[in-house]
Design a protein around this ligand. Sequence first.
Ligand code: ADP
Ligand code: ZN
Ligand code: ZN
Length: 817
Amino acid sequence: MSFFLNVILPLPLEKRFTYEISREEASFIQPGMRVAVPFGKSKIYTGIVAEVHNTPPQLYDAKPIEQILDNAPVVTPGQLKFWNWLAKYYMCSEGEVLRAALPGGFLLESETLVQLGNTKEVNEDELGDDEYLLYEALQRQSSLKIKEIIQLLDKKTVLPVINKMVTRGIVVVNQEIYEQYKPKLIKYVKLNKEHASEAAMHVLLDDLGRAPKQREVILTLFQLQAGSKKPIKLKNLVKASGSSAAVVKTLIDKKVLIDFKLQEDRVSFEINKSTTVLELNEWQQKALSEIKKHFNEKEVCLLHGITSSGKTEVYIRLIEAAIANGKQVLYLLPEIALTAQLVARLQAFFGEKVLVYHSKYSVNERMEIYEHVLKASEKAQVILGARSSLFLPFNDLGLIVVDEEHETTFKQFDPAPRYNARDAAVVLANMHGANLILGSATPSIESYYNASHDKYRLVNLDRRYGEVLLPEIEIVDIKEKYRKKRMTGHFSDRLLEEIKLALAEEEQVILFQNRRGYSPILECTTCGHSPQCPNCDVSLTYHSNSNQLRCHYCGYHIAMQKKCMACDSPELTTKGFGTEQIETELKALLPEARIGRMDQDTTRGKHGHQKIITSFEQEEIDILVGTQMLSKGLDFRKVRLVGIMNADTLLNFPDFRAHERSFQLMLQVAGRAGRTKDRGKVLIQTYNPHHQIVKQVSVNDYKGMYKEQLEDRYQYQYPPYYKLIRFTLKSRDYSKTNEAADWLARSLQNVFREHVLGPEFPPVARIRNEYYKNILLKIPPKQSLGKTKAYIEKIMGSFKAIGAWRSVRVIINVDPY
Ligand code: ADP
Ligand code: ZN
Ligand code: ZN
């Protein structure tokens, strides 16, 4: 009898691939182990074993495998099942899911680049012969491909050697660039121990009799110390004593005071640890017991809790209960809301049991976490992560929390699998028999619909913690303001007044503008020309910091132009405005204020977000200008005012979800105001003060918004009533893209009739010199999804058989919005 393996390769193949193995190999190999296998002409890939069986493939001769890479499975049966569901539901290959699911270091292949890791000291005596050879070669040559290592070591089976070295951090793969996290250090001061006794203190104060300023500083320090056990920040001491940094420095030079530095998040962690157990208030308590009741009946819960109602504390209790039962917990968040703040809060509660999983982590860090979860180690009982943490090898998942469930960043657009982590979490929880809670202050229409139609259970939390009032919302009609000449740049007189008021009281301000850059478009007043990207169908955006015109799609850039590129006229103006311009205007209007900016341009790199968030928390910034990044679950303590610079760009977005999204965004940004004692204030500048959504935001009318949007969705046949599948065709050839799109649309129309929309060019129809065209398929509630997809696969089969369109790619996106 012969033995075979079905292997999932990390490639967009429609099927698993079959290899032949020996009897001994068959008795050793289990599904979920990695094997190195040949594929194509001379390539080697790492694949995952899906099944061991005795049926030879019919269409080709099975090749032998190269090597078994594991002693035990690294992928669980549960993961294989989940991958299979994802591939079927989102219409992609299991191989594409595999690529998304495993950290890159697990998937060595012939083209993989291997380099020395720069984090570890290597003890050469501990290296095996092959390891030493490779280690030495990498000191002479910065990187080697795996196929070159095969030559170097003169053997085929090099993957186990490399795997071991990757695990030990001696080498890294795929040009992983290590960015060392430099935690922010804050200066603190304390009294020199010599002066700590009461007697010594009196002597000291007497000595300082002739230096009243220094004496004042010492007295203030005592005062501050009496009030709290926290270490005293140098900055705060200067401020509280009404003294200067120079005076404090003199005291440090005299060794009366000692200065030291601490890492900010460690400090808050240490402090919170002793005071962690927060009593839930009456409303939180009630929500918690409702959720627990629903969990007992195995129901999914939607927690609709207004901003700052204390949802996190409720989640913490649920997590506590799950881990008390020995279960694993997954806490899903949008990437950007994964802040040190939240991590510290959870660590304060659960200590070392919390691990964070982040796509910006290095491959090694991700592999480490993966292995902790696989081994179900103590350290990995609670995983806090962005959407990709759904792929971790959980074996005993008891609870999934999806916080900010309305967030669009739970959906992955590119590459496949184009999954929505919230929806996939429902399936994953179901597979594990785990509980699931979705939470938001502004639930998605889908989830609220499910909760109103008995699919989920709805739990409400509609008081802010500590009875803080929701911010007062004022709408500013900027058409009127322009007419009356009460605008300075993009600021109405009302907004400026409120900003000044907040600053005068040493409180902070957030300004929201949903566009980065300076002002998106440069326009010639003589001929109307705007400079375009040569590779994409978009106008270039002006960035004043670099004095460049840039394309936001492909990165193309040129120097800012002084004359029109078409007619040479020097009369250029700008249209629209972005965060950068707001920042520049503000600096001119309020030269004293400290202004920060948070958008894609200022938050690159692993810790980009965290740096800005920390400076704002540390009150090193008075006014933070930013894009929608600001709306995501951040808990700032001293924000009194939120200004929305222009609501109209949100409302006019050409998308059936534009209104729902505008409502969510505005309400979420507004929710950053006044989270502690005093009532916050929100100003919304708009040309359409009577727009329904603006009104609904201003009175926090979620249900009104929901009802109205739902009517539209019903009438125009959109989700949650109809399901959507979008086909995007793209190629470098304009007419081929068109012809292929017409053919595909007609084929779909043969079956699905009027439920096929398009083909249509998207708003940006050319990106990086590729032409795009979309077709949208609407699936009525009663139509079988399985059958629909089977038809689509049949049509795609014929499509791929047409040679002329080989260069046209078709991207299928299920639930595209
Ligand atoms: P949400 O996520 O609902 O917007 P948070 O969970 O961030 O709200 O809570 C808002 C603020 O209220 C936080 O600063 C939190 O520390 C505080 N808070 C919430 N619940 C409690 C509680 N039971 N005791 C003390 N403080 C609480
Ligand atoms: Zn011109
Ligand atoms: Zn471009």
